[in-house]
Design a protein around this ligand. Structure first.
Ligand code: ZN
Length: 79
C-alpha cells in the first residue's frame, strides 16, 4: 500500500531552483499550490507535486487579460 501526502504541494527546493518561467526564463517562487513568476506574475499550477510549467496552463495575474500583456511575453518577443 502506498500513502500519498494529502496536502501541501511540497516542491523540492533544488527543483524549485532550476524551474523558471518558460517565457522570460525568470525564477519562480512557491505560493500555495502555484509557482509564480517573479517577473510577470503568471501562476503555474502544481499538480500531484509536479509543476506544470506550461503557458497554456498558467493563470494570468490580476489586471492582465492576455498573455501578450505580460512582461515576460514582451521580453521574449524582442531578440
Ligand atoms: Zn514570467
Amino acid at each position: 500500500m502506498s500513502e500519498k501526502p494529502e496536502t501541501s504541494a511540497a516542491i523540492d527546493p533544488d527543483l524549485l531552483e532550476i524551474l523558471a518561467c518558460p517565457l522570460g526564463k525568470t525564477p519562480v517562487k512557491l505560493e500555495g499550490d502555484y509557482l509564480v513568476c517573479t517577473q510577470c506574475g503568471l501562476r503555474y499550477p502544481i499538480r500531484d507535486g509536479i509543476p506544470v510549467m506550461l503557458i497554456d496552463e498558467a493563470e494570468l495575474p490580476a489586471g492582465v487579460s492576455s498573455i501578450e500583456e505580460t512582461i515576460c511575453w514582451k521580453q521574449s518577443e524582442t531578440p
